[in-house]
Design a protein around this ligand. Structure first.
Ligand SMILES: Cc1ncc(COP(=O)(O)O)c(C=O)c1O
Length: 422
């Protein structure tokens, strides 16, 4: 069995009881299922395989900002994935995990000189350029290294795409991408550059995009734009259509992948380009849980607090995005239901995972999981309140392994420097 299911009254990760993992590695602990990651990759690539001609299959570049642990990257690399990166750190992780540089695309509005240099030296597939100053920057660095840079321009389509305003990236007021007219200017400028080759366009409108209609709205001008650019003598041989594929956190109605794939076949395939996609959350979100222990039950006149040992520094999504995450007891799952505010130990009222959540009666020392935390969970964790970063474990059927140890207090504190002049 893959994923997080109850067996003999205990919640398991694949075939491993979460109680066993908590005992061996402590809590808070991120637990991932390799099988779920593989299944998600397969579901997306199968949907595309079913709808698109064999010779027009997209390059799936996993957006590793969602979860960049080397073991997770390795599962995806072995599944056949490419990689979308936003920093030199992610490039280094990708290369270490064995990704072919020719399958790596670099995005982001603030690419630093050192990052551009590292990407050029590694020989990545392309830069997704987000501004004209960045284009000049890439040319300068590429010329210095005498390496040709292939770039696509990220188009800002001016639509509202994401499930929350902080993860919507396609509005004209957002910092991402380049407006329609500036894209033309970009191609014109690139034509005269010695070490930049402009080869196409990219678009990513946001995260948790639930309807094909939203993608349609953003991409509907693409065929005309491609025609116009080609008419002006520019090369459009690559289209990167971004990520944003949603997962279930609560009871959301998911994007119909086969309808999406059919739409790509109808709209993007006829443009006769290489197709690139950048799924992040979809690959890993439902493949992880945050396992935590109940520290205290605190009853006040107004509320019933379940204080657990995971906090907003381990998982910031609820307080940052008001994000909903399912919470389940690991054992004694049939006990009478009680309403709890599930909170962490951090000194912020925002350190709240849910209010008024109905859970089986819990006691100190019981275990609970916060579900669907495989994406934008650990990778957004911090040391706030001088709390060590949690550990991470990967389960694969009957097997499991620590994939990142809990941060030690030495690692956490000993790099601080008290200057001699104090
Ligand atoms: C450029 C780009 N591509 C892909 C992604 C991945 O998005 P998602 O995890 O929603 O698939 C992001 C997310 O921020 C992004 O900024």
């Amino acid at each position: 069995m893959i994923g997080f299911n109850e067996k003999d009254g205990v919640l398991h990760a694949d075939n491993v009881p979460l109680t066993q993992l908590a005992e061996e590695f402590g809590t808070p602990l991120y637990v991932y299922s390799a099988g779920v990651i593989r299944a998600q990759y397969k579901a997306l690539s199968d949907a595309m395989a079913n709808a698109l001609p064999k010779d027009r299959q997209p390059l799936l570049c996993y957006a590793c900002k969602a979860n960049s642990n080397l073991a997770v990257l390795s599962v995806l690399q072995k599944s056949g994935s490419g990689l979308e990166i936003v920093s030199e750190g992610e490039l280094r992780r990708g290369l270490k995990a064995g990704f072919n540089p020719e399958t790596i695309v670099s995005t982001g509005v603030g690419k630093q000189a050192s990052e551009i240099k590292a990407c050029l030296e590694a020989g990545i597939h392309q830069f997704n350029v987000e501004s004209l100053p960045e284009l000049f920057h890439i040319q300068r660095i590429a010329e210095g290294l005498d390496i040709n840079a292939r770039v696509v321009f990220r188009l800002n389509p001016d639509v509202t795409g994401g499930g929350h305003h902080k993860i919507s990236t396609g509005r004209s007021r957002d910092k991402f991408g380049i407006g329609h007219d500036r894209v033309f200017e970009g191609f014109e400028i690139a034509k005269d550059m010695s070490h930049v080759e402009a080869v196409g366009l990219s678009m990513h409108i946001g995260s948790q995009v639930f309807t094909v209609e939203t993608f349609k709205e953003a991409f509907e001008k693409l065929p005309a734009l491609v025609k116009e650019l080609r008419g002006a003598g520019h090369t459009i041989e690559r289209l990167d259509i971004g990520g944003g594929f949603p997962i279930v956190y609560d009871d959301e109605k998911l994007l119909d992948l086969s309808a999406y794939a059919q739409w790509v076949n109808d709209i993007v395939v006829p443009l006769d380009t290489e197709i690139i996609m950048e799924p992040g959350r979809y690959m890993v979100g439902n493949a992880g849980v945050l396992l935590s222990e109940v520290l205290y039950i605190k009853e006040t006149h107004e509320r019933n607090f379940l204080i657990i040992d995971a906090a907003m520094n381990d998982l910031i999504r609820p307080t940052l995005y008001d994000a909903y995450h399912g919470i389940e007891a690991v054992e004694n799952r049939d006990l009478e239901k009680v309403s709890y505010d599930v909170v962490g130990p951090v000194c912020e009222t925002g350190d709240t995972f849910s209010t008024g959540r109905s859970l089986p009666l819990m006691n100190e020392g019981d275990l609970a999981v916060i579900k669907s935390t495989g994406a934008y969970g650990f990778c957004m964790a911090s040391n706030y309140n001088t709390r060590p970063m949690p550990a991470e474990v990967l389960v694969d059927g009957d097997q499991y392994s620590l994939i990142k140890p809990r941060q030690s207090y030495e690692d956490l504190i000993d790099n601080d420097i008290v200057p001699d002049f104090l």
